[in-house]
Write a protein that binds this ligand. Structure first.
Ligand code: ZN
Length: 104
């Protein structure tokens, strides 16, 4: 039996029987309403609020927490204080910082 390909252009994956989208693109469509969007975009307003209030807000996602922590780092806050704000270990803050340095 010949399996058809996912209907997204250039997608090499094969959908399950009876479906036109592979699991990856199907999940994206379900989560975001757009099969091309790989991640939920970060909420810039939530990051800025966490930075200015110096506290974690409910529903802040890990990527947003990391971005807020890095912003506070850039403002000169010590890792121990940032760790306390976001309820992570200081080691996590050092990890965020080093990952940023490596990416740049
Ligand atoms: Zn696909």
């Amino acid at each position: 039996m010949i399996r058809h390909r996912c209907r997204i252009t250039n997608c090499p994956r094969t959908p399950q029987d009876g479906r036109t989208l592979c699991d990856t693109h199907r999940g994206r469509l379900y989560r975001h309403g757009n099969p091309h969007q790989p991640h939920t975009p970060t909420d810039q307003h939530a990051i800025e609020a966490a930075v200015s209030n110096r506290r974690t807000l409910p529903g802040l996602r890990p990527a947003e927490r990391r971005a807020a922590g890095l912003t506070l780092s850039a403002l000169g806050l010590p890792a121990s204080e940032i760790a306390r704000i976001f309820s992570v270990t200081p080691r996590t803050v050092y990890r965020w910082r080093s990952q940023t340095t490596n990416a740049a």
